[in-house]
Design a protein around this ligand. Structure first.
Ligand code: GLN
Length: 498
């Protein structure tokens, strides 16, 4: 097996024991990308040369037996909505094609200081708007378990990269499910931290009151390792919380016995694919056997979560995306006067889903409609949050499926936005409430992975990780690997590679 396919924790051990050098590990990732990404298209940009130079530096540090930072020599794939200094950051959009940020996101600074190496930028739905990665202006990513299927989205590139063993770990972002849903559909672990846990500085804003950055990994232990580096207060992000960062690795060892897990009744209602339901029920059984106390909880306002989200997220997006005007960033389409230049640039630069959302959000915020739509959505958001608060009076965690279905076929939902929006029915309420949530592999249906979602109280990532780790320890779903044709899989990867 290629070292690129190993979990981060294993790699760190091997690096320390000098069984593998950072340069070898990086070369293994680049070789997997070369072999597989022509088919999968998880990467929009591969950071080859600069990454090699960094890896050589860590080669020496390990060889000399120096004290190294916690992720020294670990390659990380980063969703292309996160600003990387001097490295293209497109957000999957034509409007930012060729843009190289003059600054880096706080998460990138933290990763760099922890010794991680930027491997490349991963494909995403345009400005993270979507659930399949089909809204990328640069073509869709494919699911490593079945290239005819979507990897989920919007962090589909990051999920596919990890699932296919092209990167040991990745960063994604989650506004309504975009870390957890693709992790679930690709059979890996995805953690959305509490809103405010990880700095959003340098994350290109979509729905600012919902967006969070988090890790996509093969194991829960790896998610804890990455969160340890990412989490913490950042004076550059006014919404980042000044809450102490606990030792997440320590939390993993506590086991699940004695924890109370609430099975959300709405999560098992109709609308769930039978194979998904069977896998979730089996996971519930496994948690009971591990000693978790189970009870049923109810989230009655969950049915309002989707319309609420599509008002709040689009309202925020319409305002956030106003800055792409042909003056400040990226694309400009010239015209004889400035207003025509703005509109031509935006007409040419944004794809159909982004335009749909800007229109919806602008409408929801406009005079006369603000109270009827935006304000009402804010009130409904409070109700969703209260549902969870009520549940957490009785239980420590709420259990839901990550997604009602397994990965769907490419093209299947493109013409029907509502069908696409339904993919996030179980993840969106968690963003509205600002809570931490994880997706862990819990089985297969039709040969495709199913994800189990565990949701915790604000800043209680330790309990979320602890339960997920205990479940993972007792099962081997996360050890399954997609059957990938490696040799000459689809020929050389596309353009834009550095
Ligand atoms: N699919 C949802 C949307 O399109 C969530 C996306 C996300 O979390 N970035 O808005």
């Amino acid at each position: 097996m290629s070292p690129a396919q190993l979990p981060v924790a294993d790699l760190l051990l091997r690096l320390r024991r000098r069984q593998v050098a950072p340069s070898e590990l990086l070369a293994a990732c680049l070789a997997r990308i070369e072999a597989l990404d022509g088919t999968l298209r998880a990467f929009l940009y591969v950071h080859g040369e600069a990454a090699r130079a960094e890896a050589r530096r860590w080669d020496q540090a390990y060889a000399r037996g120096e004290q190294v930072p916690p992720l020294a020599g670990i390659p990380v794939a980063v969703k292309d909505v996160i600003a990387t200094r001097g490295v293209p950051t497109t957000c999957g959009s034509r409007i930012l094609e060729g843009w190289r940020p003059p600054y880096e996101a706080t998460v990138m600074t933290r990763l760099r200081e922890a010794g991680a190496i930027l491997l490349g930028k991963t494909n995403t739905d345009e400005f993270a708007m979507g659930s399949s990665t089909e809204n990328s202006a640069f073509g869709p990513t494919r699911n490593p378990w079945d290239p005819e299927r979507v990897p989920g989205g919007s962090s589909g590139g990051s999920a596919a990269a990890v699932a296919a063993g092209m990167a040991p770990c990745a960063l994604g972002t989650d506004t309504g499910g975009s870390i957890r849903q693709p992790a679930g559909l690709c059979g890996i672990v995805g953690l959305k931290p509490t809103y405010g846990r990880v700095s959003r500085y340098g994350l290109v804003a979509y729905g600012s009151s919902l967006d969070q950055i988090g890790p996509l990994t093969r194991t829960v232990e790896d998610a804890a390792l990455l969160l340890q580096v990412l989490a913490g207060h950042d004076p550059r992000d006014a919404t980042s919380a000044d809450v102490p960062v606990p030792d997440y690795g320590e939390a993993l060892r506590a086991g699940i016995a004695g924890l109370r897990v609430g099975i959300a009744r709405e999560g098992l209602d109709e609308g769930l694919q039978p194979g998904v339901r069977a896998a979730i029920l089996q996971a519930v059984q496994a948690l009971a056997e591990l000693g978790a106390g189970l009870e049923e909880v109810t989230l009655p306002t969950i049915e309002y979560a989707l319309p609420t989200y599509y008002l709040v997220a689009t309202a925020e997006a319409s305002s956030n995306l106003a800055r792409y005007d042909g003056v400040r960033y990226g694309l400009r389409v010239e015209a004889s006067e400035i207003v025509a230049m703005f509109s031509r640039t935006r007409e040419a630069g944004f794809g159909p889903e982004v335009k749909r959302r800007i229109m919806l959000g602008t409408y929801a915020l406009s005079a006369g409609f603000y109270e009827a739509f935006y304000l009402k959505a804010q009130r409904a958001r409070t109700l969703v949050r209260r549902d969870f608060e009520r549940a957490f009076e009785r239980v420590d965690l709420v259990l839901l499926p990550t997604s009602p279905t397994v990965a769907f076929r490419l093209g299947e939902r493109v013409a029907d936005p509502l069908q696409m929006y339904l993919a996030d029915i179980f993840t969106i309420p968690v963003n509205l409430a600002g809570l931490p949530g994880i997706s862990v592999p819990c089985g297969f249906s039709e040969g495709l992975p199913v994800g189990l979602q565990l949701v915790g109280r604000p800043f209680d990532e330790p309990t979320v990780l602890r339960a997920a780790a205990a479940y993972q320890e007792a099962t081997d779903w996360h050890l399954q690997r997609p059957p990938l044709a490696e040799a000459g899989a689809g020929g050389p990867a596309g353009g834009g590679r550095g």
